[in-house]
Design a protein around this ligand. Structure first.
Ligand code: NAD
Ligand code: IPM
Ligand code: MN
Length: 367
């Protein structure tokens, strides 16, 4: 992570240089549901104004309402359109009208699986001192990243049931841990860290997957002797994140603990609405960017959704698409609006989504 650019993915390893050197790149955009379209509208407006040579293919038909009508989460033709792009920008999927988990699984988890986006990179950096829920100023220099394994664990969809709709009903979700999956995400975590990596697991209670993570963790340390390591069980990690988040730099963990801890770290650094994320495959270079938050049905349609999480996700995308100057300018503009108190209610302000996004655009000094 470099100076002004808190959207920078620290020395992100990649073997794919296919985008480098080309001027234009296509981005598939899935606004999704709830506040997704609201924050994506302003993010697109910002990216268009920056004239970055990006083309956008907007797939706004992918929504919970279409799923209700047709039973389709995302079609194969839509997957092909996405495949033709260099990256995906997604708002959020999910709506109270759809209770069936097949919808979120059919869109977001399918994209993660289909494009083998095995790293979910969720950086947080405190945007302004006043936003920290931690009173002690020594504990405020929060600048960490959760590296979440993104393709297996409890999310693999392996399981089943017995004796459906009887009083003896059984449901099983199997946690999948593969050596291949763990080794590659550990390598990403180590190579993206400057100094410290912490493994978070529950190896004291989850014996088989826990032991595999532990063994590969020890093997990985030998490949990165300059990195200081620590290990925490997930319950203690949650406590330590609140007690002193400055203790952490890169946290590497499985799919479900990464999901939970990244909402916690987002709130520590100012708010869930202000956290961005990248779903990455460093080998193929294909990637999907989305705010950490969901579709927030409780505030959808009110014009008050915080657009910062989506904007910082777009910043991570710009970094990846070799537009690092633009990414740093965007990050700086975001810090500047927050510094000036131009914030939505979740960050203690009174501004609308549009006012925050316009404030960011007005502060974009670059190029
Ligand atoms: P959520 O993240 O949508 O909302 C949690 C709380 O944070 C709510 O009170 C909400 O108002 C607030 N919040 C979230 N984003 C905000 C923003 N940008 N500005 C201001 N406040 C914001 O989580 P949830 O309520 O558990 O889930 C709602 C739906 O979103 C569910 O269907 C869930 O499955 C889905 N979801 C989708 C994604 C995704 O697509 N990446 C991520 C998380 C949840
Ligand atoms: C996230 C979301 C998703 C997840 C849901 C919507 C399936 O919470 O991206 O963090 O759990 O991965
Ligand atoms: Mn989540």
């Amino acid at each position: 992570m470099t100076g002004a650019g808190h959207t920078t993915i620290r020395s992100m390893p990649t073997r794919s240089e296919n985008i480098q050197g080309t001027l234009s790149a296509a981005v598939a955009v899935l606004p999704g549901d709830g506040i997704g379209p609201e924050v994506i509208e302003h993010t697109l407006e910002t990216l268009r104004e920056m004239e970055l040579g990006l083309d956008f293919d907007v797939l706004d038909q992918v929504s919970a309402h279409r799923y209700l009508r047709t039973g389709e989460a995302i079609t194969d033709a839509e997957i092909d359109r996405i495949r033709a792009c260099s990256a995906v920008l997604l708002g959020a999927v999910g709506d109270p009208v759809v209770r069936n988990p097949d919808y979120a699984r059919g869109v977001l988890l399918r994209l993660r699986a289909e494009f083998d986006l095995y790293v979910n990179y969720r950086p947080v950096r405190l945007l302004h001192d006043r936003l920290s829920p931690l009173r002690d100023p020594r504990h405020r220099s929060i600048d960490l990243a959760v590296v979440r394994e993104n393709t297996e664990g409890l999310y693999a969809g392996v399981g089943g049931g017995l004796r459906a709709r009887t009083s003896q009903e059984v449901a099983v979700d199997t946690e999948i841990t593969t050596a291949y999956g763990v080794r590659r995400v550990l390598d990403f975590a180590f190579s993206s860290a400057r100094r410290r990596v912490c493994l978070v697991d529950k190896a004291n209670a989850v014996p088989f997957g826990g032991a595999l993570w532990q063994r590969l963790w020890h093997e990985a340390q030998a490949r990165y002797p300059h990195i200081t390591v620590s290990h925490e069980y997930v319950d203690a990690a949650a406590m330590k994140l609140v007690a002193d988040p400055t203790y952490f730099e890169v946290i590497v963990t499985n799919n479900s603990y990464g999901d939970i801890l990244s909402d916690l770290t987002a709130q520590l650094a100012g708010g869930l609405g202000a956290a961005g994320s990248a779903n990455l495959n460093p080998e193929t270079g294909f990637s999907l960017y989305e705010p950490v938050h969901g579709s927030a049905p409780d505030i959808a349609g009110k014009g008050v959704a915080n657009p910062i999480g989506a904007l910082l996700s777009a910043g991570l995308m710009l970094e990846r698409l070799h537009r690092g100057g633009a990414a740093r300018a965007l990050a700086q503009a975001v810090r500047s609006v927050v510094g000036d108190g131009i914030c939505t209610p979740d960050l203690g302000g009174t501004c609308s989504t549009r006012e925050v996004a316009e404030g960011v655009r007005a502060r974009l000094l670059w190029g």
